[in-house]
Write a protein that binds this ligand. Sequence first.
Ligand code: HAM
Length: 429
Amino acid sequence: MTKTFAVPRGTSDILPDVIPIWEALESKARKICKSYGYREIRTPIYEDINLFKRSLGQTSDVVNKQLLELSSNKEDEGYALRPEGTAAVVRSYIENSLDGKESISKLFYLGPMFRGERPQKGRLRQFHQIGVEAIGPNSTSPLLDAELIALAMNLLKELGVKEPKLKINSLGSKEDKANISLWLRGEFAKHKSELCEDCQARFERNVFRVLDCKKEGCRKIVALVVKNLPLSVDSQRYFDQVRSALTSIGVVFEVAPHLVRGLDYYTHTVFEFTAESGLGSQDAVGAGGRYNGLVHELGGSEKIDYGAIGFALGIERILLASRGGSLCPSDNKVVYLLDAFVIAMKEEYQPQAFLLLQELRQAGISAAMNFAGGSMKSQMGKAAKAQTRFTIILGDDEIQNQTVALKDMEASTQESVAINEIVNVLKNR
Ligand code: HAM
């Protein structure tokens, strides 16, 4: 038997029946991002592997375990499929000197990301994100943090996620992070032998990750040890300002002192959105934070003090949480996919039907025909299946009189129209 092929594990086909939902989601997302002043950017789906290593951190799971490297031949060595969008956007920001063109670059992107995860519901190897990044010398206001978080909340709600829950925290400045790391090591040292094996390694390599551990035993120790992360006065003030800006615009949140996020580039504000979606531990529909140090880390001008903040939402998880919800066309509304379906009653009328098809399309009217011909009944069946608004029938009488029969599928009416008029008639409808 001939070998058949299956879609790679952790990826999926998005079939034509589902595409309208994706189109609706993408167009809504674009519209909302633009309404907050963000402009779309498209970067390649693969980048120099060191870009990810340097930005996301050598100890992050994404770099350590999940990078999908391209190494099919010598030339490809050193590249990896992008596991997220922030690193590439910052790379592009620097490479294209966007800092010289605008004081703040507000950018958004939509597209596939790749992580070599162990696949399960809501955790894929190829998934899609809507991401937003605000970068620039003028990008350090707590109001920007609040605006961006409000944008994420708005997107989630508009895309059909009911009651997204927002958790926020602050990791402080780069200096704060170094101090907190020392403090955490001091605190956890007293409980080191009680931590799980992974956390004992995290303790050595990046103690922040202990805060994120999902194991019950570690969570208990974390809850005991960490009530709040010790921040400097300036960082605490910044965090207070973000919180009051959020409250002033009615964004509800919970402060979560153990929220640290799995990527190394974060400083100051970090946040995560969860939703009831039957996803269990994969219930994060989106996340983000500030990453003020990353532009310098990747080679941005030392003379400029950059600020940067962003988030990404997982499209598949949004769809699971909303079950298509508000994006699905309502049940009682008929959706037409095609303006016209041309039916040639005899094979010899097909060339004329084919010509008409071309004229319709050139006039911007979407149209199709069945090249295999068939009886009137079967072709009408195909027209209905193609969800067409009008059918145009070429039969004996029509060919003889140079007319067509125009059938309105919605009103179930039929009329005769001169063949050289049909394009105009349909355009006016
Ligand atoms: P992240 O938390 O790694 O952050 O991913 C953001 C969202 O992408 C997650 O909350 C989730 O909804 C979705 N996601 C992540 N991994 C998977 C997966 N394997 N399968 C399905 N969905 C997934 C980032 O990617 C950062 N770049 C966000 C950011 C932007 N921070 C600053 N700017």
